[in-house]
Design a protein around this ligand. Sequence first.
Ligand SMILES: NC(=O)c1ccc[n+]([C@@H]2O[C@H](COP(=O)([O-])OP(=O)(O)OC[C@H]3O[C@@H](n4cnc5c(N)ncnc54)[C@H](OP(=O)(O)O)[C@@H]3O)[C@@H](O)[C@H]2O)c1
Length: 291
Amino acid sequence: MSLHWHILGAGNLGTLAAFYLRQAGFSMCLAGRPEAPRRLTFPDGRSHDLLLPGDDGAPIRYLILATKAAQSLPALAPLRPRLGTGTTLVRLQNGLGSLDHLPPPHPHIIDAVANSGAWREPLPGGGEHIHLAAENTTLLGDGHSQPPSWFGTLADHWPQLSWRPDIRLQQWLKLSLNAVINPLTALYDCDNGALLADSRLQPRFGALAEEIDALARHLLPEWPGETAARARALAQATAGNTSSMRADVRAGRATEIHYINGYLLRQAEQIGMALPEHQRIVAEILALHRP
Ligand SMILES: NC(=O)c1ccc[n+]([C@@H]2O[C@H](COP(=O)([O-])OP(=O)(O)OC[C@H]3O[C@@H](n4cnc5c(N)ncnc54)[C@H](OP(=O)(O)O)[C@@H]3O)[C@@H](O)[C@H]2O)c1
């Protein structure tokens, strides 16, 4: 199967996607950017040097969107004349709501939940060096039970890539954990495990989790609850890790709070529900940086 993909956002996850698209035999190039060198190092030490071709200016049929959530609409704006209703857009991002205000034409959107961990640094001589610290599951879905025809070929080459008919639930499960762990670790500048060790943080941890369960029960009939227990288990399993939001705050970058806790607030507002603990923590995180 010969498909041509464009990658918008060749940072950590975009480079990983570019690597696996090539492994699967698909052609690809960047969108909106010139040719770019990348080195991708896997957790076992294997390294690959890639030269990602620059934008070919052609109509975009298959697109991976892997910018940070807040960069999505500005990055997509100049590409609009090349997008159409026949475009498939795979949104390889954390958080929810980054395409809620995408003007027409509306592509077919496939959502993702990415559980790998990667960071990057400049490559001597130009380009970026992507370090994949942990390679975990990547879930894709668009609400349909069956994946598109190209998916099997990609999944044959992308370890732990799976199609999920229940992608919305999977996104909310991930969002719920991010919405507890990320802002608390960013605010208190601590590793994930410190959330469990510091008893002063427990009331906030519990309150954030309870508010998520109350909202999610309204919106998702299949919501399993138990957000506090799941967040505790994740904080334990990743005790030494720095959350992406803490890393963003430390580096002086804008965080994705608007698409994590902020998304929960917008959903709650639509059904007239208050989430005071989330409201408070969004304000506190925004006070740390200017989005
Ligand atoms: N990193 C992880 O471990 C990880 C894990 C799971 C989920 N995620 C999620 O995946 C998403 C992407 O994260 P990431 O870590 O891959 O981000 P990232 O490394 O910052 O990559 C974003 C890329 O988008 C590029 N970009 C920004 N604006 C652009 C534009 N207008 N046109 C073209 N390219 C543009 C950036 O280029 P410049 O650098 O030149 O600005 C950068 O290369 C986020 O939602 C994140 O939360 C990340």
